[in-house]
Design a protein. Structure first.
Length: 129
C-alpha cells in the first residue's frame, strides 16, 4: 500500500482496563493494558489533507470505541481483543482504510510486557466503505 499523501490518526499508550487471560483465575481481576492504535484515513478525492471532521476520524471517538470494546466483556486472548477493536473501528468509521494496533499486557515478571500487533485493511475484512 502506498504511503504517499497518507494521513494517520495515532493514539499512543491508550490505557485499557479489562478482564483478560487464558485462565478463569487470570480473568478474575481487571488488568491494565496499553494499546497503540494507528488509523490510516482514506484520502480525499483531490489527494489533499482532510480539512473537516467529516473527512477524518475524531480521536476521542476512537478512544471511546476501543475502551468500550475492551470493557464490554471478558477476553481470553489479546489477539481476540485486537481483532475486535479493528472490526469495531471499521464498522464505526467509514473513513478508515487501514488499522495497526499493538496491545501490551504486563503479566510476566521477567519481561517488561507481552503483546500482540496486528494490521488490518478494510478490504481484507470485507468491511464496506
Amino acid at each position: 500500500m502506498s504511503t504517499e499523501n497518507e494521513t494517520k490518526i495515532l493514539l499512543h499508550k491508550l490505557r485499557l482496563d479489562t478482564k483478560i487471560g487464558c485462565s478463569g483465575s487470570e480473568r478474575q481481576a481487571t488488568q491494565r493494558l496499553l494499546a497503540d492504535v494507528s488509523l490510516v484515513i482514506m484520502p480525499r478525492l483531490d489527494g489533499q489533507t482532510p480539512t473537516s471532521l467529516d473527512q477524518t476520524v475524531c480521536y476521542l471517538a476512537v478512544r471511546d470505541k476501543v475502551k468500550s470494546l475492551a470493557e464490554a466483556r471478558e477476553w481470553i486472548l489479546v489477539e481476540e481483543l485486537a481483532e475486535a477493536a479493528c472490526e469495531g473501528l471499521f464498522s464505526s468509521f467509514s473513513q478508515i482504510s487501514r488499522i495497526e494496533i499493538l496491545i501490551r499486557k504486563f503479566v510476566l515478571s521477567d519481561c517488561d510486557w507481552v503483546g500482540v500487533e496486528i494490521t488490518r485493511d478494510r478490504i481484507e475484512l470485507g468491511a464496506s466503505a
